[in-house]
Design a protein around this ligand. Sequence first.
Ligand code: FAD
Ligand code: UDP
Length: 373
Amino acid sequence: MQFLLVGAGLSGAVIGRKLAEAGHRCRIIDARDHIGGNCHTRRDEETGVMMHVYGPHIFHTDDEEVWSYVNGFTEFLPFQNRVKTTARGAVYSLPINLLTINQFFGTTMRPDEARDFIADQADTSITDPQSFEEQALRFVGRDLYEAFFKGYTEKQWGCSPTELPASILKRLPVRFNYDDNYFFHRFQGMPRDGYTPMIEAILDHPGITVELNTPYRPEMREAADHVFWSGPLDGFFDYQLGRLGYRTLDFERFTYEGDYQGCAVMNYGDRDVPWTRITEHKHFSPWEDHEDSVCYREYSREAGPDDIPYYPIRLVREKALLEDYIALAETTEGVTFVGRLGTYRYLDMDVTIREALDTAATFLGCLAEGKPV
Ligand code: FAD
Ligand code: UDP
């Protein structure tokens, strides 16, 4: 059969590969001039540093099958993200750990003492935290919340943390030891040569053709037996019910002779610093040797119609609109909506790959059994 896959990011590539391996022909199109979607990496022309073009990407997962899948296409080297944050004129370690707590409060507490101390800071009147702010006040108390989360979150999401769901903060742990690894997954790493060669290898199959600079046009559906759509869900329907809200990012590039900040990611917790974080890309490839450095100052703002959609907002208005689009998608025959944009969810790379593998397997299973797809 002949399939059309819209988007040459991880979703399109992984699904396309599985379908091609099963003997089908896959035409993968992308509006951009490169493969890899938001995971795209390329070398900076001036410094030769490997750049995470659409923001910092660290691979982390507990899913052994996904880890083995990506390692089958490229070499991963060990990498752990050790994020720092600048707040109130000092530098602290993230996620909040014993070093952060002792430094912030000027103490020398042991783990149990710190746990009791933070429990005393916590607002125990909040029994079932609903908002981001309630979650923070309940688990870290007002002082740490205001220094590290409040300003950053207002900049990142453009609204008060009282309006955001608690789930956003639940991504971040609080540790009562000196473990400063940003993630707690078993498998963590960075592709030695960036993500683009990995996705290139996934796409390298005789059953797959890739067309870049090719935005989707509705008549393309006619030649395809089925479409896999990893573009924006509302975009498929020409935004007929309205636009789902996104935050977009602006990256301000600057170079530096030497080492600018000594780590890959430095967050900025203070509200009056307009950027959220600075990424120094050469620290993502510590096995490479670069004299000069190139950094991105990252700013977040509401996405306009021509901006790249990065973070789905999913507040009350979006949730209602999303339900309407999902209902529309369910009645649209011959199209499967996949990935971060196609399902309007925050998906890490490992979850994106897991879902893509499962989508392809379910689809092929239905085909084999003659069931409707
Ligand atoms: P995308 O990568 O968005 O690909 C969709 C593709 O579809 C794009 O290339 C787009 O050009 C194309 N497209 C859209 N509309 C059309 C159209 N009409 N016609 C043709 N083509 C179209 N995950 C992690 O695991 N670790 C991290 O550290 C991490 N950091 C991140 C940091 C940032 C700032 C962001 C935004 C995401 C991060 N992620 C991270 C998540 C990761 O980027 C996603 O999991 C992954 O990119 C999802 O792949 P996808 O193929 O679903 O979507
Ligand atoms: N966050 C914060 N301060 C920080 C880092 C994160 O307040 O220094 C909040 C912010 O609201 C962010 C959320 O925690 O959206 C999740 O953080 P994460 O690092 O997972 O953000 P992402 O990878 O989505 O950019």
